[in-house]
Design a protein around this ligand. Structure first.
Ligand SMILES: [Zn+2]
Length: 288
């Protein structure tokens, strides 16, 4: 492990840090809500300041993450219009994710992971809304992942790596992640006779591979598909038997959020569960 700087030691030792990490996560969640709303429309994410749907500017004290939504009970102060619960969910989810990532490494590793998770949440929500992932986010994220590998070389990617080794691992992860998904897309197209995955997902895998390396990228694809299947199966069964809808419904659902879910699970340590399962399975195999 890299020796922590004096500042990092102070941050780790302070009992206030987890609370501040939670608050920061909620504030980032609030900012991501603005990004999700404005990026697909090609608008600036900084100006103008937030306004209600009736046009009234929202003062800062009615724009506090989590607290304002709860105080206002989801209704705008000016005109009583509903504020979508999705903003509250986004702020709460980011606060919890930032807090969950805190014990995973040094403060610098946390910062890198927090940037990565924020990018994934923005890309996934935009993918859910528009069925597209903006290149600026996926390719920009890939470049950020490569820079992050150089700046924080001993992150989750490779525990004892130097700058060059870490960069090569991130670069290889980006290439392998997108190449693997590209081959799955080609095979899927041949088998189904139509496009099963978009290029947006392949670029997103480049970003995931740059942050998590090859192992993380492979986990994101297969772990994400598994989680997606678990989440979608009850819905598909219900639609199929209740409304007689086609099983092909699943192809109209964006894959980006599931890849992101796989990547975040890997970051939070889900791969250890899988390693444990495989070790146990391999260990038990001679007895079967
Ligand atoms: Zn209003």
């Amino acid at each position: 492990m890299r020796t922590l700087s004096h500042f990092e030691q102070l941050v780790v030792a302070s009992p206030m840090t987890p609370f501040l990490v939670f608050v920061l996560g909620a504030c980032v969640g609030s900012f991501l809500g603005v990004c999700i709303e404005r990026i697909p429309r090609g608008k600036s994410i900084i100006f103008p300041k937030s306004r209600c749907c009736c046009g009234t500017p929202i003062p800062w004290y009615w724009n506090l993450p989590i607290v304002s939504w709860c105080c206002l009970r989801g209704k705008a102060r000016c005109c009583g219009a509903s504020i979508l619960p999705r903003y509250l969910l986004l702020e709460g989810m980011m606060a919890l994710l930032f807090l969950a990532l805190w014990p995973m490494g040094s403060p610098m590793e946390w910062l890198k992971n927090a940037v990565f998770v924020s990018l994934l949440v923005v890309m996934s929500t935009i993918d859910l809304d528009t069925m597209e992932i903006p290149d600026g986010l996926s390719l920009g994220g890939l470049i950020l992942g490569l820079i992050g590998a150089c700046l924080v070389p001993n992150a989750l990617l490779l525990p004892h790596a130097g700058v060059w080794t870490s960069f090569v691992a991130a670069f290889r992860g980006a290439l392998m992640g997108s190449a693997l998904l590209l081959w799955i897309a080609i095979l899927g197209e041949k088998l189904c006779g139509r496009e099963a995955l978009g290029f947006g997902d392949i670029k997103l895998m480049g970003c995931i591979g740059a942050f998590l390396g090859t192992q993380g990228a492979v986990f994101a694809i297969f772990g994400g598909s598994f989680l997606g299947m678990l989440l979608l199966l009850p819905y598909l069964l219900y639609s199929h038997y209740r409304h007689g809808k086609s099983w092909t419904l699943v192809t109209q659902i964006p894959f980006g959020p599931f890849l992101s879910l796989g990547a975040i699970s890997y970051l939070l340590g889900a791969h250890r569960l899988m390693d444990f399962y495989l070790r146990t399975f391999i260990h038990m195999r001679p007895f079967i």
